[in-house]
Write a protein that binds this ligand. Sequence first.
Ligand code: HPA
Length: 272
Amino acid sequence: MLKEIEDTKQYIFSRIKVKPKIGIVLGTGLGRLGNRIDGKKVFPYEDIPNFPKATCEDHQGNLILGSLGGKEIVAMQGRFHFYEGYSMKEITFPIRIFKSLGVEVLIITNASGGLNPQFSPEDMMLIVDHINLTGDNPLIGSHLYTLGPRFPDMSQSYTKDLLLLTQRIALEEKLNLQKGVYACVPGPSMETPAETRFLRIIGADAVGMSTVPEVLVAVHSRMKVLGLSVITNLNLPDSMKPHSYEEIIATANKTAPRLMRLIERVIEEIIL
Ligand code: HPA
């Protein structure tokens, strides 16, 4: 893996001279946020050596380098999901690339289903912790100590300073910001009412099909992490309703401008 990381880094650095310290993952329905990045250079994933190949899908797939909130950043416009058939190592390869480009802070976003009855669709949720229910882990396999520790500590995965900064900015900007625990399931089927009840009982406030693999590798790489979820639908086990993918995308799209305002302000104020 070290050679692949080095080759991909060289590919990017031979085309653009930047030193981004902030990496952003734009999740489902949030890709348009990438249009707000200034002075950008866009690399379609299919052009980047060693990046996973697209399975089909309507997710956008671009690596964008530019500036946001007055700082140099690198952003993934669209991500790779476990349910598409990618391995955990493929899904998280871009996070290894973030690290090799110099990224110290990962801002990761997703669309998720709300489990906490106090949430509403279009809410934003600060991820304070997660539960990995995928049954897999990108860190399984032979250990390359140059990439990180064998048994990374996960007791403070979502960086306290960034949580506090984001909460303060949300207050200043009068943006309603929930906080909670994100459970990651493999998907692609949505949860049954019984699964939804189980997720709530084990302590989850939101459920989705991403983010946790990338956070595991970010923590392994000793990055600071800020996770933000858009609640696109509410799943209450005793009154479950069907939710379409179109509805989820539409709600994520609707919430995207607020999320962008929050992220931009956070980037402005992050001290690196
Ligand atoms: N379940 C799983 N993933 C999701 C959901 C959901 O209800 N909404 C958006 N992503």
